[in-house]
Design a protein around this ligand. Structure first.
Ligand SMILES: [Zn+2]
Length: 165
């Protein structure tokens, strides 16, 4: 069973996002990202990688379509996503609503560190905006294809909503 992992700056978790996760019935983890700490998102993904957990990341302002989390949990593909728009056309190369399985983390234990920083002592971690593209590129390079799930997310972030108009 997958854990839904919600990275959220305290106070920024959208009620519709929380509702969608609760309705899924899946166990969930809320990771509170300190405001202003641009490396916290990378640090979270490195910790997940080290634990080798089956996770479905649902970002704080992202509402998965009904049934999507259930479908992703049941899906056998090790990397899945619901298309998610980040200021452009919906894409799979995001962490808006994305499952990454422990089998990938076990098979490639250094993938996240190489992609996100921290591989060498004292090396800074990447800014939160770069976490998804870096990780998705590394997964592709390692030979994985993201399995697309039906529909697309609702991205509540007003900046992105504006960009979609
Ligand atoms: Zn899938």
């Amino acid at each position: 069973m997958s854990y839904v992992l919600i990275p959220a700056v305290p106070g920024m978790l959208a009620p519709d996002t929380a509702d969608a996760v609760m309705v899924s019935g899946l166990p969930w983890l809320l990771d509170c990202l300190p405001p202003g700490d641009d490396q916290a998102y990378a640090r979270m993904m490195l910790a997940v990688w080290r634990q080798a957990l089956d996770v479905i990341v649902v970002e704080q302002d992202t509402v998965p379509p009904p049934g999507a989390l259930f479908g992703m949990d049941r899906c056998e593909a090790p990397w899945c996503a619901v298309p998610h728009a980040v200021g452009g056309a919906p894409s799979l190369d995001t962490l808006g609503c994305t499952k990454i399985c422990a089998e990938i983390m076990r098979a490639h234990p250094d993938l996240a560190r190489v992609a996100l920083g921290g591989f060498r002592l004292g090396e800074p971690l990447v800014h939160w905006r770069r976490v998804a593209p870096r990780l998705c590129t590394a997964l592709s390079t390692a030979g994985y294809n993201c399995h697309p799930h039906r529909g697309q997310t609702v991205h509540l972030n007003p900046l992105y909503r504006k960009a979609e108009v």
